[in-house]
Design a protein around this ligand. Sequence first.
Ligand code: FAD
Length: 270
Amino acid sequence: MNCLVCVKQVPDTDKITIDPVRHTLIREGVSSILNPYDGYALETALRLKEQCGGAVIVLSMGPPQAKEVLEKCLAVGADGAYLVSGKAFGGADTLATSYTLSAAAAALSRRLSLSFDLILCGKQAMDGDTAQVGPSLAQQMQLPQVTNVRELQPDGESLLIHRQTTQGEEVLRCALPALVTVSATPYALRMPTVRGKLQARKKEIPILDETCMDVDLDRCGLRGSPTRVIQTATKSVQGCCTWLSDSPQGSAAQQLAQLLTRLGAAEKGV
Ligand code: FAD
C-alpha cells in the first residue's frame, strides 16, 4: 500500500506569539516541531507499510527550514521526503495550501511512477488550527475522506477505520484510494534509531517548485488565497484555585455543588 503523508512544521506551541500588526506568527527565535497529529499519521502509515508493503512518502509545504521535520520523518522510516517551497507558495490559506498539495501529489505520482492508495493528514495543525486542509485536499483530489481517525486496519481492498466522534466511536469500511485525517492514535510516533538518523542525513530532500508541478499560480500562495487574517487577539487567562475540604459548612462535595451553581448563575448573568 503506497501512502502519502502530509506533514507541517509548526512552532513549538508553548512559545507562540503573534505579530500584532501583520497578524502573522513570529517565528524568529522559535523552535519548530513536527505537528503532533502528523506524527500519528506517519506512524499509522509506517504500520500499514509493515503489514502490507509499499512505500511511505512524506510531503510538506513551507520555507526551506521545514526540511528539518522531513529529515526526522526519514529517520523513522519514511522512504522519501519532498518539500514544496518557493515565493509563489508563500502566504497560502487553506484553500491554496490544499490546491498546491494536490498538484504536488500528482507530480510525485508521475515522478515516482506510483499511485497513492492512501493520503494521510493530521487532524489539524497546531498553529493555523483550522482542520480544513485534509478535507479540502480530499475534495481537490476527488477522493473519499474519513476524518478524525483513531485507528485503521487493512481489510482486503479497503480499510476498516475507527473514527472518533463526540458520541463515541464509529467503525467504517472505506474503499481505496482515500484520504484520512488522523487524530491521537493509541501509538505514538516511533523514536529514530542512530542508524536511521545517519541514513536520513545522507538522503536528498528534493524541493518542488512551480517548474516541477502542473500548477496554476493564480491558485497558489497569497494570490490564490481568498481568506485574510484581519485581526488577532490574545486571550488573557487568569487561573484561580479553591481548595475544598469537609467542614462544618458541609462536605467538600456539597460545597463544590454550591460553587458550580454560583459560577453557572454568574455566567448566565443571573
Ligand atoms: P490544518 O487544516 O489544521 O492542517 C491539517 C493537516 O493538513 C495537517 O495536520 C497536515 O497533515 C496538513 N497540512 C496543513 N498544512 C500543510 C502544509 N503546509 N504542508 C503539508 N501538510 C499540511 N488560513 C485560512 O485559510 N483561514 C484562516 O482563518 C487562517 N487562520 C490562520 C491563523 C493563524 C494564527 C495562522 C498562523 C495561520 C492561519 N491560516 C489560515 C493559514 C494557515 O496556516 C495555512 O493555510 C496553513 O498552510 C494550513 O492551515 P492550517 O494550519 O489550519 O492546517
